[in-house]
Design a protein around this ligand. Structure first.
Ligand code: FES
Length: 117
């Protein structure tokens, strides 16, 4: 199976996602940006627990939009409510990684306090 490079900015942290290892935790869809981030101690807010209704996991895709699962109407409705949303905005809990991707985490969505200690 291929491995995907997932880069989180502005941390400039690149992690490897392997579809054989999905789902990466219990928050968000299996293989989601959120799950991959949390599995690698990259903190993104996820107030609704990763079920796609709060938009606190909003990220902006800088490269590789085609390497994410397509957004559905529910995701569009939710991400439209996100502060600072752009045409490249996605919900980290809904977007499944299917190739190399670079995303930026808005500063207000970075969880400053790690739940992992
Ligand atoms: S964690 Fe709530 S919408 Fe993604």
């Amino acid at each position: 199976m291929p491995e995907y490079k997932v880069t989180f900015k502005p941390l400039d942290k690149t992690v490897i996602a392997n579809p054989d290892d999905y789902p990466y935790g219990t928050h968000g869809r299996p293989g989601s940006l959120l799950g991959i981030a949390l599995a690698n101690d990259i903190q993104i807010d996820y107030a609704c627990g990763g079920v796609g209704v709060c938009c606190t996991c909003h990220v902006i895709v800088e490269e590789g939009m085609d390497n994410l699962s397509e957004a559905d109407d529910e995701e569009y409705d939710s991400v439209d409510q996100a502060p600072g949303n752009t045409l490249n905005s996605r919900l980290a809990c809904r977007a499944i990684v299917q190739g190399d991707v670079t995303v930026s985490i808005p500063h207000w969505n970075r969880n400053a306090v790690s739940e992992h200690g």
